[in-house]
Design a binder for this molecule. Structure first.
Ligand code: PXG
Length: 437
């Protein structure tokens, strides 16, 4: 199965160096369990569970069968003004994974859409409460909240923002990596005091103007940055003191990656709204969701509109798509049946021990981990922060190992059932790749 030059030209690939890729393509043709097969017939270990999506592995029979059955029964149904049974079943199942009180689910087509939905719910909530001036958002440096205009505004990754002109106005907290907490295992002991900056930002804006703070409980795509001990607790209490909503973007943290149902559960702090995507369908069909406290949802329902009017003029053609719902029901059921979160907590110490052995290599400047997620910061080439991670990831690919590179980091997030000897091979390949510098 060859791809022609015209076919290569036609596809403008996302978050990809298109010129490099099309000279030296990496084509994946099959997947099974924790492995891919590339177009040269090589078996490649999937060290990032797809894109943090496929924690249950690939070609999971129960998910695939649910999808096939759904397509043959109801392939699509209008998401506006009509329903189908599976969306309601899935919404209820999702709430069984959510922190107490977060029990209303709004479906979207992706993580980016889930973030936009959460931001819009936050603003509209304050409008419904008669406080329309509460509209400002606060994010955090290095935060990733997808690629739509709201998400890049609250997100803290400069390269994702600077080409796109005027954004929503948003303030950003400092990131939580500090010289004191590099090479921390799990949550760093230092850095809770960084949360105090939130009080200053809210006071400078005026709490009467602030809608919400949005954070990933653990930053994922910026290179796995677990929150310092006490940090999220302090963020929560400052939000409470100033009546500001707290949104956790759990698109990576949610549904098992950290060894818990959510980052909220892992770190013991409950937000007002959370977003999920990726693991919700094991990545098999695109889907995201915003999950909100019923107290927020009820403000919309109690707004005294005529009964035929919409409480929230928002939604997507693909909200609660029946095929995605079928995949979601199967995936979430498997997370329960296979006791996946416990399994992640069992293997996490081995993962932690192995990843921190890489500290001995001089180009490794920091290593962070939590659950089955790990990030390695590499020393820059002068003025070229992105080059070394790219080089490492390409060496890994040549060795039959897929890891993610982004910014100045390498990220690792294998499937939940990963074996110790698979981790051994992954980290031995990383050692060989790092040794060459
Ligand atoms: N929020 C968070 C926290 C994310 O990690 C999104 C929102 C957006 O989701 P969608 O489905 O619109 O892409 C994400 C996505 C990586 C990587 O390698 C991370 C993401 C996507 C692609 C690659 O770290 N995160």
């Amino acid at each position: 199965m060859t791809i022609t030059g015209a076919q290569f030209d036609a596809h403008w690939m996302p978050f990809t160096g298109n010129r490099q890729f099309k000279k030296d393509p990496r084509i994946i043709v099959e997947a099974e369990g924790r492995y891919y097969k590339d177009s040269n017939g090589r078996k490649i270990f999937d060290g990032l569970s797809g894109l943090w999506t496929c924690g249950l592995g690939h070609k999971v029979t129960k998910i695939n069968e649910a999808i096939k059955e759904q397509i043959d029964t109801l392939d699509f149904s209008p998401s506006f003004q009509f329903g189908h049974p599976k969306s309601f079943q899935l919404a209820e199942l999702i709430t069984s994974f959510s922190p107490k009180g977060l029990d209303r689910v709004f479906f979207t087509g992706s993580g980016s859409d889930a973030v936009e939905t959460a931001l819009k719910i936050a603003r509209a909530y304050w409008v419904n409460k008669g406080l329309p001036s509460k509209s400002a958002f606060i994010g955090r440096i290095k935060g990733y909240h997808g690629v739509n205009f709201g998400g890049i505004s609250v997100g803290g990754i400069e390269t994702n923002r600077k080409m796109f002109g005027e954004l929503l106005s948003a303030n950003h907290l400092r990131e939580t990596i500090t010289p004191q907490n590099i090479f921390s295992k799990g949550q760093p002991m230092e850095g809770a005091c960084l949360a105090e900056e939130l009080e200053d930002i809210i006071c400078s804006l005026g709490a009467e103007n602030v809608a919400a703070v949005i954070l990933e409980p653990m930053s994922g795509s910026a290179g796995v940055i677990p929150p310092p001990k006490g940090y999220l607790e302090r963020i929560r209490s400052i939000c409470d003191a100033h009546e500001v909503l707290l949104i956790f973007d759990e698109v990576i943290c949610g549904l098992g990656r950290l060894g818990w149902a959510s980052g909220s559960e892992a770190f013991g702090v409950t937000p007002d709204i959370m977003t999920i995507a990726k693991q919700l369908t094991n990545g098999v069909v695109p889907m995201g969701a915003a999950i909100v406290k019923s107290s927020i949802h009820d403000v919309f329902m109690d707004s005294n509109l005529p009964h035929y009017m919409l409480e929230f003029p928002h939604g997507y053609t693909y909200s609660a798509h029946p095929v995605a719902c079928a995949a979601g029901l199967a995936s979430l059921s498997l997370l329960k049946e296979e006791d996946v979160f416990n399994r992640v907590r069992e293997i996490a110490p081995y993962f932690e021990a192995r990843i921190h052995e890489l500290r001995q290599y001089s180009v490794v400047k920091d290593i962070r981990n939590f659950g089955l997620a790990g990030g390695i910061t590499l020393e820059h080439y002068p003025a070229e922060p992105a080059r070394r991670p790219f080089e490492i990831a390409m060496r890994m690919w040549d060795k039959g190992q897929y890891v993610r590179y982004g910014g100045d980091t390498i990220q690792i997030a294998p499937a939940f059932a990963v074996l110790e000897d698979e981790l051994d091979r992954l980290f031995e390949s990383l050692e060989e790749s790092l040794k060459k510098f």
